[in-house]
Design a protein around this ligand. Structure first.
Ligand code: PRP
Ligand code: ZN
Length: 293
């Protein structure tokens, strides 16, 4: 019996496409591209990737056509906020593709808080998320739904404001628009269908999630080593970001000094190193971690 293959839907093109492939490769899966470019098969695990339009990913996963998907939380949120909530769940954030869904208007729009939106026409490709926000805030505004190129709506006289994704801010700037407020924070997330996996599929799904968690966990993680006065151990443990109990090793011929080793789960900044030095640490080394499990 040939093993059942797990299917993951990813974005075909756009801001998440390349990074989704990188993440899967970083998890140790070797990808073989199909002739059509529309799918990849994993050589060393029973997994296939399907490259589809990002807006279709929640539907594919909810219908169980794909088992998992990598999609922006904005796309997922828009579907979940819609009339028929899809049958799928967010498994974990993936740490890339960060952006914000923002209200924006032409420079000079007088904005004194959310009440300024009363009676305003707002163009967006995210009508469900925008409606949810307006309802929560008790604002009566008009939603103009567009499929794309929302940033041109004010210039065309279709709307006074827009609600669109902002990443670098270049699109807003190029169109003389100013961000007023953020209504939703987004990044790439892993979603899975609510169906129950069995046999090979269950094992493959578990291995996928475990490996992706490992990749994400090791991205910011660092292995930190230093020499330090024994008396500074409590201070050092407090300074190290996201470190569990550090390993303390005696140094030959030195009763006052110890070597401290720790895995830091959060970013180690120069400020952290300066703080360590200030409490007496020396010979501080920060090393990347390749894998964590
Ligand atoms: C978004 C948004 C803007 C642009 C903003 O579109 O609609 O056009 O990105 O990015 P910036 O702040 O870096 O200029 P996206 O490329 O995500 O396409 P899509 O929404 O049609 O999938
Ligand atoms: Zn899209």
């Amino acid at each position: 019996m040939t093993p059942q293959r797990l299917h993951i839907a990813i974005q075909k093109s756009g801001r998440l496409a390349e990074k989704s492939l990188d993440l899967i490769r970083d998890a140790g899966f070797r990808l073989q591209r199909s002739a059509s470019d529309l799918s990849y098969s994993v050589e060393n695990a029973p997994i296939d990737l399907w490259c589809v339009r990002d807006d279709d990913i929640p539907t594919f996963v909810a219908d169980g056509v794909a088992d998992f998907g990598i999609v922006g939380r904005n796309v997922l949120g828009e579907r979940v906020a819609g009339p028929a909530a899809p049958r799928l769940a967010e498994v974990m954030p993936l740490g890339f593709g960060r952006c914000r869904l923002c209200l924006a208007a032409p420079d000079g729009f007088s904005y004194a808080g959310r009440a300024s939106l009363r009676g305003v026409r707002i163009a967006t490709s995210y009508p469900n998320l925008l409606r949810q926000f307006l309802n929560q805030e008790g604002i009566d505004a008009e939603i103009v739904t567009m499929r794309g190129a929302v940033e041109v709506a004010p210039r065309l006289g279709l709307a006074e404001a827009i609600c669109d994704l902002v990443s670098t801010g270049a699109t807003l700037e190029a169109n003389g628009l100013e961000a007023l407020d953020t209504i939703f924070e987004s990044e790439a997330v892993l979603v899975r269908s609510s169906k129950v996996f069995e046999g090979t599929l269950a094992r493959t799904a578990e291995s996928l999630v475990t490996r992706l968690r490992g990749v994400i966990a090791s991205q910011d993680a660092k292995y930190v080593m230093m020499n330090a006065p024994r008396t500074a151990l409590a201070e050092i443990a407090r300074i190290l970001p996201g470190a569990a109990a550090p390993t303390v090793i005696p140094l030959a011929g030195r009763d006052d000094l110890v070597a401290v080793h720790a895995v830091c789960q959060e970013s180690v900044f120069w400020e952290t190193l300066e703080a360590l030095k200030a409490v007496g640490a020396s010979a501080i080394l920060v090393l990347p971690i390749e894998k964590i499990m």
